[in-house]
Design a protein around this ligand. Structure first.
Ligand SMILES: [Fe+2]
Ligand SMILES: [Fe+2]
Length: 194
């Protein structure tokens, strides 16, 4: 397994303040993100049935993300909240719009790298949040979640290097880091994961 260093831009303190101000809204958005992460992993399984390593890894990921969803839903129930209907995530939609669709190989590489940067951003934000939470149980929950997301970004990058040359992966990854930064900075700060 490769050691990956993802130098994403840092989340601003304003984001943390927005989340603290409306933690209920944040946790609902978090739940929806976990459900979507699970669904996206299964979409990759459906699109690439002939890539056995990808299929195996994405089934495991889908189960793990669904388990995260279950855990967040428990917290939501304990706070007497209801998740409500799913909303579009402008961050993910803008990033999806940057995927290279010129050929099937470039498309697969970008889908894996998009997965990696989204997971890396999750790790960065959950870690930031965990440090700031006064509630011990919630803090430890978010620490664990951030460790999982760190594993997931490495998983996507390791998969990418199974199908593509390391140099190609690294070059395109550095472009994705820049794309992600621009997308992140173009969006308003709200009490949501992205
Ligand atoms: Fe997750
Ligand atoms: Fe994840």
């Amino acid at each position: 397994m490769n050691e990956w260093q993802l130098n994403l831009s840092s989340t601003s303190i304003e984001w943390l303040r927005a989340v603290q101000k409306n933690f209920d809204a944040f946790i609902i958005d978090h739940a929806l993100n976990e459900r979507k992460a699970s669904a996206s992993a299964m979409t990759l399984v459906a699109h690439y049935p002939d890539r056995s390593e990808l299929v195996e890894a994405m089934i495991d990921l889908a189960i793990e993300e669904l388990n995260h969803f279950k855990q967040v839903m428990k917290i939501i129930a304990s706070r007497n909240l209801i998740i409500g209907k799913e909303k579009k995530d402008p961050y993910v939609n803008l990033l999806r719009g940057k995927i290279d669709k010129s050929d099937s190989e470039a498309y697969l590489l970008d889908r894996l790298l998009l997965g990696a940067v989204i997971e890396a951003r999750g790790e960065e934000r959950f870690k930031l949040l965990a440090k700031d939470l006064a509630d011990k149980a919630l803090r430890s929950f978010y620490e664990k979640i951030s460790f999982s997301e760190a594993r997931h970004f490495a998983l996507f990058l390791n998969l990418a290097t199974k199908y593509f040359n390391q140099k190609i992966v690294e070059e395109r990854l550095s472009e994705w880091i820049e794309i992600e930064k621009q997308v992140m900075e173009s969006l308003p700060i709200t009490s949501s994961l992205h």
